[in-house]
Design a protein. Structure first.
Length: 129
């Protein structure tokens, strides 16, 4: 019974520790473009998308995407309780990642979490027998 309890607790913690939403390289978002320019990649974004922008000096910012033109990307920088409008020159951008649902993790973690919860509840409920 102790092994079942530990195993189910491990499954539950693993399922709860994984996120259904992860940041994905913009190159890997459909339609996939391996060697496209940054401006071509930015066309995949929709207003409201949560993005992580890495600039060439090593910094990064979490933004809510608004728009872009041939020179800059515009968005809302979300920092603690403030929402600050910001624009970043496209030539200063090293990489952009967009927050998307990770379907394989979601499909695995929900049943695993339910199964682990069932095991834990069952083990606790019938441990006195």
């Amino acid at each position: 019974m102790k092994i079942n309890r530990l195993l189910s607790l491990l499954i539950l913690l693993t399922a709860l520790g994984t996120s259904c939403k992860t940041y994905k390289n913009l190159e890997k978002v459909k339609p996939k473009t391996e060697s496209a320019s940054m401006a071509e990649q930015l066309q995949k974004l929709k207003p409201g998308d949560r993005i992580k922008v890495y600039v060439k000096n090593g910094d990064f910012m979490n933004l809510e995407f608004s728009s872009f033109d041939e020179r800059e990307i515009k968005g809302i920088h979300i920092k603690e309780f403030a929402r600050i409008p910001i624009s970043i020159m496209i030539e200063d951008i090293y990489q952009v990642k967009v927050k998307k649902t990770n379907w394989p993790v979601t499909i695995i973690s929900i049943p695993a979490g339910l199964f682990a919860t069932w095991l834990i509840v069952g083990t606790i409920a019938f441990s006195s027998y």
